[in-house]
Design a protein around this ligand. Structure first.
Ligand SMILES: C[S@@+](CC[C@H](N)C(=O)[O-])C[C@H]1O[C@@H](n2cnc3c(N)ncnc32)[C@H](O)[C@@H]1O
Length: 210
């Protein structure tokens, strides 16, 4: 029987996207390994290279849905670790993950995550947040930069010296300025483009140590 996808008339570009998605090595691997998204392999590679997330740590995962980074971070921090995740979208529950749904651009959401953190020391802040892209960089890039700036503010408010921010950026207008500003508050910043990040994507991950 033909699948719904085969039955549906797809435009040339969306059927090319669908083929690429289905053929994608990381999509298949994620299905096999039980991860909710191929993005899991980006965080796995970043942590292989940096060893920043360790057993027993407290980690905040911003832009967490559908939850593959939370799955990876949960495995890395283990039973004694604490994981707080947040997204504008709903996320299916994960064991031992506290999830707060809301728009991170709203002060109440920022404050609700801060309240959940309480007096705990946050060891690592993750941000894989990205806006729904309109395909127009004049609109997408400022939206992305704003989310990055908020993630940096959150990291500065919660991380102790030596704590880490792992954040997705889209290389383009505003990134150089943000990186320059961050150099005042973070002792070290490096960039990683994981193998699972599509080469044609402007996506890059910054690893900043406070
Ligand atoms: C690339 S996905 C994250 C994938 C996730 N790290 C994973 O591994 O499953 C980007 C996420 O950013 C979220 N996002 C975008 N704008 C947001 C906002 N204003 N507040 C909170 N989350 C936002 C999206 O809903 C989306 O789930």
């Amino acid at each position: 029987m033909a699948t719904r996808i085969e039955n549906k008339k797809l435009s040339k570009s969306s059927s090319a996207w669908m083929k690429e998605h289905i053929d994608d090595h990381y999509v298949q691997k994620a299905q096999k390994d039980g991860y909710r998204a191929r993005a899991a392999y980006k965080l796995l590679e970043i942590n292989e290279k940096t060893s920043l997330i360790k057993k027993g740590m407290t980690v905040v995962d911003l832009g967490s849905a559908p939850g593959s980074w939370s799955q990876v971070a949960g495995q890395l921090v283990g039973d004694k670790g604490i994981l707080i995740a947040s997204d504008i979208l709903a996320m299916d529950t994960l064991p031992d993950v506290t999830f707060i749904q809301g728009d991170f651009r709203e002060a109440e959401v920022f404050d609700a995550i801060m309240a959940e953190v309480g007096n705990r020391q946050v060891d690592v802040v993750l941000s894989d947040m990205a806006p729904n892209t309109a395909g127009n960089s004049a609109i997408d890039q400022p939206r992305m930069m704003y989310l990055c700036e908020l993630a940096v503010d959150f990291a500065l408010a919660t991380l102790p010296e030596g704590g880490a921010l792992i954040m997705k950026v889209f290389q383009g207008e505003g990134t150089q300025e943000l990186r320059k500003q961050m150099q005042d508050d973070f002792s070290k910043i490096r960039s990683i483009k994981p193998a699972a990040s599509r080469p044609r994507s402007k996506e890059m991950f910054w690893i900043a140590i406070k």
